[in-house]
Structure formats: C-alpha cells, structure tokens
Design a protein around this ligand. Structure first.
Ligand code: FES
Ligand SMILES: [Fe+2]
Length: 463
C-alpha cells in the first residue's frame, strides 16, 4: 500500500476544477474560481468541551467576540439620519446609528448614568436622539451628550467628556461590521481576499428579501459547522445527490479569518446511486418554477444541465433586476461559492442562491444559539431598493417551511441541517471520547476556524 501525505487524498471523481474546465468557458472564469488554496492543518481531535464548557464559553466571550469583526446589520437598515439598529452578542449590546451628517457610528448601548440600555435588545427604528428611558439623559446621534436633566446636581460631570463610548465600524458590500477592539486590524485587512473575490457579486447592490432568525438547541459553533462542509449531504440531504456535488467539493484556506467552500451544482454526486442523466439532473432542480419555465428546462441533445441552468439564471436575473449576466461563466451563475469570515459570517456569491448566514450564542448559554438566514437578491430593475424584509423568528422546533415566501424544497433542506443539531449537542456530553475526529480535507474549514479561535482565546480579556 502506498502512503501519501495527510491531506493530499481527494475523492476520485471529477474535481471542481475538472468540471469547470469541461464547462468550456475558462476565459470567462474569474481568477479566484480557477485557483485552489488548501493546506493540511493537522489531524488532532477537537475537544468536545469547546462546545459545552461554561469556562470555554466565558473565554470566547471575554477574549474572542469583542476582538473580531462581525457584520451587525446592512447599510439599508440605517439608510437615513436617525435610523438605528441594535446588534447583540454575548451580553454586549451595540447601537448602530446614522448621524445627521450621514455617517455610520456604533456605540455601547448603555447609559452613562446608571447603565440602562438606551434602545431595547435587537430593536431597530428611527429616533431623533439617543435618550435613556430612566432619567432622560440623552445623546446626539453622533454620541455627544445632548441633555443632562438637573445638570446642577452633577458638577462632577464634564459634559464635553460624556460622549457615548464608540465601537469601531467598517463597511463592505453593504454590510456594516463592528469591532469592540480599538487595536484590531482594519476590516480590509481582516477580510483578506474576499472583497476582490466577491466584486462581481456586488453585495452592495442587494436588498433583504427575507430574514429568518432561528433559535437552535446547540452551541453556536455546532450550528455553524453544519454549514462548513458538503460531507453531510449523503446522510442528511439524500434528495440533493442527483444534482449536487458533495464529496468532490473544493475547500480553500486563506488568512486566519477567511476560508471557502466551492461546491458544484448541476452534476450528480459521486455518492449518487440512482440513474442519472443531464435531463434528470435539470428536472430535480428549480421545481418550484417549473410551471413558468416551459422549454427553458430542456437539455438539448449533447447539451449539459449546467449550461441550461446557468442560462436560465441569466435570463431570470435580467428579467428581475435588469442586469446583463451574459458574460458570466456557468460556474459563477450556479455553483456554491461560500465564504466564511471568522467568527460567524457566511457569504454566498452566486445569484442563484443569494444567501447570507450569521451564527451567535443565544444569551450566555453555551447550549443555545441564534442562526440568522438572509436572502439577498439584486435590487429590482427599477433601481429602487425595497425596504428590508421583517425578521421572522423561529423557535428550535418550528420548521423553515412555515416562513412566508420560503421555497418549500429549500425549507426542507434547512430543516434537515438544523434537525441534527440537538442530537449532536447532546452527544457531546455522552460520547466516550475526548474530541471530534475530522476529515483532513472535507472538514478542514472547521479545524481552521478552531485554530483561529485558539489564537483569540489565548489572549487576555479585552477591557
Ligand atoms: S440610567 Fe440612564 S438616565 Fe439614569
Ligand atoms: Fe446541509
């Protein structure tokens, strides 16, 4: 038996790069699609206590969460002066505002008098000033102290110095990111290759068509890791195998904070055991739209499902958004290119699945989390951006298929994904083994995330 170095072995089926070359549009392929960036990161078990222990959770809360860039809201949530949005994570509440001058600012959402939250948890809206509900101290939208009732009783308060303490803000692709660490690297440095790779996806020209936040009975990392690999398709989503690559997905590691998954659509999984054909692959997709599609869903003789599907999406995007996508490659239109930004953001590039995820602990419980799922299509051809969709909240036991406007087939997939999580979290305290054993290639993003997390939890708490 020949031994090859760990991390070198790959699924023997066609790779992502093989399929892209077979598409015959290499000249249209963005450079980022044509490259691979895997590194072997070791094969030690990942300790289960990282998902269950209050001590580890506390270290994350003190040392990691306040030091990292997290997308808190979209710019359109705070489109006009006076708009505000509250983002909460592990006991910290951050109030993001649009000032009179049109600047975006973020503050610790707490009164400097006796600490009351200025705006309620997870609220959003419009306000003329940031006024405390308790005794009425108020601040301007740019954080300057505006009014101190009975100022005569506070001669020890220098009103010039009583501005609301700020949190750093950065924007990319229409997302507003916050970071509580004044010494953190810039957002630009943190995001590494993502802005360049995602340029054509024009995340800034999108609108929020759907926003679902689901409570999950598991650690935030347990939830997140369910979306970092395609290895689970065969057992968790067998209905997807006919038209999705899984064990031939490509995984790439960039800087400490960014990695990606590159999964094929419109080819059958190497795990698929049924009878496949180009037409059957196409038939299994786009089911919800079949009635309106007619001939556009027929693969011509010697044609390929991938090409028909890509053309379908090009037509759809032009009809809905007026965007000319004709020069885009097949892969750009249909494949899953999903970028992870540590600690908790996921960005999908293809317009056929314009999805964003975010994962956070729910409250201060290592066994509970909140999963935000946004659908972010391009703004309509009129050029007017629709108002952000209302958030829909699902409890742990409620189905995604109950969300208004959710495609049923997609709702079922998310139910399948989240349906494993309670059993996994409960298994962590039962398993007769110290840690989880990860695949060298297919689960490398999970290991990458833990290695970055280790760097943060080794730091002292942020004051
Ligand atoms: S606690 Fe805010 S004004 Fe008193
Ligand atoms: Fe899944």
């Amino acid at each position: 038996m020949t031994h090859i170095a760990p991390g070198v072995a790959r699924c023997p089926a066609d790779s992502v790069q093989d399929v892209l070359r077979a598409d015959g549009d290499t000249d249209r392929q963005p450079e980022a699609y044509k490259t691979e960036s895997y590194r072997f990161l070791g094969d030690e078990d990942i300790d289960f206590a990282r998902f269950t222990s209050p001590e580890f959770f506390q270290k994350e809360a003190e040392s990691m969460w306040p030091r990292t860039w997290q997308w808190a809201c979209r710019e359109e949530h705070i489109a006009e002066p006076g708009d505000y949005y509250v983002y909460e994570v592990v006991g910290k509440s951050i109030l993001i505002t649009r000032t009179e001058e049109g600047e975006i600012k973020a503050f610790y959402n707490a009164c400097l008098h006796r600490g009351t939250k200025l705006k309620p948890a997870n609220s959003e809206g419009f306000t003329h000033e940031l006024a405390c509900p308790f005794h009425g101290w108020s601040w301007q939208l740019d954080g300057k102290l505006k009014h101190l009732p009975c100022a005569w009783d506070f001669p020890h308060v220098d009103q010039e110095k009583f501005a609301l303490p700020q949190v750093r803000v950065g924007t990319w692709g229409g997302f507003v990111f916050i970071n509580m660490d004044p010494n953190a690297p810039s957002l630009e440095e943190y995001l590494g290759p993502l802005p360049a790779h995602a340029k054509a996806a024009a995340m800034e020209n999108r609108y929020i068509a759907m926003h679902v936040e689901k409570e999950l009975p598991c650690n935030w990392k347990t939830a997140m890791e369910a979306f970092m690999e395609s290895y689970h398709l065969v057992a968790t989503h067998p209905q997807l195998l006919i038209a999705n690559g899984d064990i031939n997905t490509q995984y790439d590691i960039y800087n400490d904070h960014v990695n990606r998954l590159f999964a094929l659509t419109g080819v059958s999984s190497p795990n698929f055991k049924g009878e496949s054909s180009e037409q059957k692959i196409l038939d299994s997709m786009l089911l919800g739209d079949r009635a309106t599609l007619g001939d556009r869903l027929t693969v011509p003789d010697n044609g390929r499902a991938r090409h028909v599907m890509a053309q379908y999406f090009k037509d759809l995007v032009r009809e809905q958004s007026g965007l000319d996508m004709e020069s885009r490659s097949t892969s750009e239109m249909i494949d899953t290119l999903q970028y992870f930004v540590f600690p908790n953001g996921f960005f999908f590039l293809a317009l056929s699945f314009p999805i964003i995820y975010r994962f956070r602990p729910l409250g201060l419980d290592p066994n509970q989390s909140l999963f935000d799922l946004l659908v972010l299509p391009p703004i309509p051809a009129s050029g007017e951006r629709p108002l952000p969709a209302e958030r829909v909240r699902l409890t742990a036991d409620e189905s995604y298929t109950t969300v208004p406007g959710m495609d049923e087939a997609i709702g079922i997939v998310f139910d399948q994904d989240t349906g494993n999580l309670r059993a996994q979290q409960e298994g962590f305290t039962t398993v007769k083994k110290r840690g989880m054993t990860l695949a060298n290639y297919q689960e490398v993003r999970i290991r990458h995330m833990h290695q970055t997390l280790d760097k943060y939890v080794a730091m002292p708490p942020l004051d």
